[in-house]
Ligand binder design. Structure first.
Ligand code: HEM
Length: 549
């Protein structure tokens, strides 16, 4: 056992790295998602056996206090995940298969109506790789590679390809594991894999923007024993009663079992998990969704609707998401001037950390300042904005994480603000794909590879998508959908139905603003539900040694 295990309580050597690390934050701006079909169990198992030594674990690379000797950040990372059909084809015993949750067994395609994948988002319109002729899940195994450079990405991709070929040689079946092409790419061509990449700014530097122009990847849940920097608890953890939003005194990490199977969760229970425990412990689920973004429609609507409502366009854009395009939260910075001033301080502190002309003490002070500002960027809630006067109740990030606002004023019923949302948190691990420099067209190749990680697809991702994104009842917004993600069936949209309200001061005389006729900005282009096994479980699967008896 390493020093790190003793301190952590979770054996991070056993947990795949994409579960705990958002690789984009570690300077890995490029990614490749490679999909496989398993035609022969021997080849599939051998492939996994060859992949295991290549896999990146969750052991921290560089955080102070938890660094393990010799753990260096690699030039690329590799992780693997399996669908239900993949597990079945690898020969995982029936009894274990039967112990997986329904939504995972059914797969994402079969859950289309729950997820609102209708109209343009309907499975029949997904990329060819996600189409199925026999009703079974077409993709069985997913390899995700993230890298610091295109060269490192290409090299690792080559190594994974060699492992697949070697596995087929062992099985004596050239198609034992078969890489599946059919990922639609630029010009509509089918690519052999799905690439993802952070968008670059005007200097070519990769940054945190997504295609609509917002800063993304700011909020990230923080779980107990995850080995991340403890200050990430502010905003990332759960709020304690009577806490102050911007100090760590008021925050505690989310229970590990919200993220990883085999550990206690926020209900103080072990989450339902497949048997045997060696198969499930330290594993989790991954939702992979390719979400196309209609950038031309988005830009056009933002400009015209802001003008119609007599608002600055940037304020309009901020109201849709709950954060200004520069990332400052609307709840704390209600005007653009405040948001810009905050962001300027944040950028300055970020730059000062690396100022070579500064003394070590000055750089340390800048690091401290930067951390404090990051805390303000994440560690807020809506207690001063219950009515949604600054940040609309239906704004995308407020719906996705209401931060205790569903329980405000109900102290008799809830001793912990956020008790409801703490069980619905999602670790987002995706990246944008494609290029949207031509903003005049919707049908280019641009969107997000959305990846959500958590111990229960149904309780976490599906609930957020179905109840909070596609429906507004919990927020007293009736059937208003999230403006960013709303999808519409093929029939004509009732312009009043596709709407979002910008609330105002309930004691004032102003009238709420209502955006109407919101068109579809995001279209699902495919994806599935995956299990991300621990390294122990992968080794057992590779040996055909999963024994649920
Ligand atoms: C193309 C699709 C999407 C876009 C452009 C988008 C954009 C954004 C942006 C700009 C933010 C604020 C930045 C941040 O807090 O990191 C955000 C936050 C978030 N989004 Fe999305 N998003 C998309 C899809 C989704 C989906 C499908 C879900 C889940 C069903 C989701 C869940 C979340 C969550 C949980 C947060 C963090 C909220 C918080 O903790 O404050 N997003 N998104």
């Amino acid at each position: 056992m390493t020093t790190f295990e003793i301190r952590s309580g979770v054996d991070l050597h056993d947990v795949q790295g994409n579960i705990i690390k958002g690789y984009g934050r570690y300077g890995f701006p490029v990614a490749r998602y490679v999909t496989y079909r398993i035609n022969a169990a021997v080849a599939g198992r051998t492939f996994i056996k060859l992949l295991v030594p290549m896999l990146t674990t969750s052991v921290p690379w560089s955080e102070s206090g938890v660094v393990e000797e010799g753990t260096k950040q690699p030039p690329s990372t590799t992780n693997v995940a399996l669908t239900y059909e993949g597990l079945r084809r690898l020969g995982v015993p029936e009894r274990s298969l039967l112990s997986f949750p329904d939504e995972f067994v059914m797969g994402m395609r079969a859950r289309a109506s729950i997820l609102g994948d209708v109209g343009a988002s309907a499975p029949k319109n997904w990329d060819p790789v996600w189409q199925t002729e026999d009703g079974q899940q077409p993709v069985h195994l997913l390899v995700t590679i993230n890298a610091e450079s295109s060269d490192a990405l290409a090299q690792r991709y080559e190594e994974v390809g060699l492992a697949a070929r070697a596995a087929n040689d062992v099985a004596g079946d050239s198609a034992g594991v078969q890489q599946l092409a059919g990922h639609r790419s630029a010009g509509g061509a089918d690519a052999a894999f799905q690439d993802g990449a952070a968008l670059r700014d005007e200097h070519g530097t990769p940054g945190p923007k997504e295609h609509f122009g917002y800063t993304d990847g700011i909020s990230d849940p923080y779980y107990k024993d995850s080995g991340s920097r403890s200050s990430n608890v502010i905003g990332g953890g759960k709020r304690l009663r009577d806490s102050s939003p911007a100090t760590d005194a008021g925050w505690a990490p989310l229970a590990t079992g919200e993220l990883l199977l085999g550990h206690t969760d926020e209900a103080l229970e072990y989450p339902a998990a497949p048997v045997p425990s060696t198969l499930s412990k330290n594993g989790t689920y991954l939702v992979y969704r390719k979400l196309h973004q209609n950038v031309a429609t988005f830009d056009r609507y933002a400009a015209s609707e802001a003008a119609k409502l007599s608002m600055e366009e940037n304020l309009f854009r901020a109201k849709l998401v709950g954060r200004w395009p520069n990332g400052a939260p609307l709840a704390s910075f209600p005007t653009e001037a405040e948001a810009n001033a905050f962001n300027a301080k944040l950028e300055q502190a970020k730059a000062d950390r690396f100022d070579e002309t500064a003394t070590p003490t000055q750089r340390a002070a800048a690091t401290e300042r930067h951390l404090e500002l990051k805390e303000q960027q994440s560690g807020f809630d809506y207690r001063e904005d219950i009515a949604g006067e600054s940040c609309p109740v239906g704004a995308h990030s407020r719906r996705a994480n209401p931060r205790g606002s569903l329980e405000f004023g109900q102290d008799h019923a809830f001793s912990t603000p956020g008790a409801l949302v703490n069980r619905r948190r999602i670790a987002r691990r995706g990246l944008p794909y494609g290029d949207s420099s031509d903003r005049s067209v919707d049908n280019g190749d641009h969107g997000i590879i959305f990846m959500a990680i958590g111990a229960s697809i149904n309780r976490q991702f599906e609930f957020v998508q179905q109840q909070w994104m596609n429906f507004g009842n919990d927020f007293r917004l009736g059937n208003d959908q999230d403006a960013l993600l709303a999808s519409w069936p093929d029939e004509d949209i009732d312009p009043l139905r596709a709407r979002m309200t910008f609330e105002v001061d309930p004691d004032g005389m102003e009238v709420p603003k209502i955006c109407t006729g919101i068109p579809q900005f995001v279209e699902t282009r495919g994806g599935d539900y995956f299990f991300v096994p621990s390294l122990t479980a992968l080794s057992a699967i590779a040996r055909g040694a999963v024994d649920p008896t």
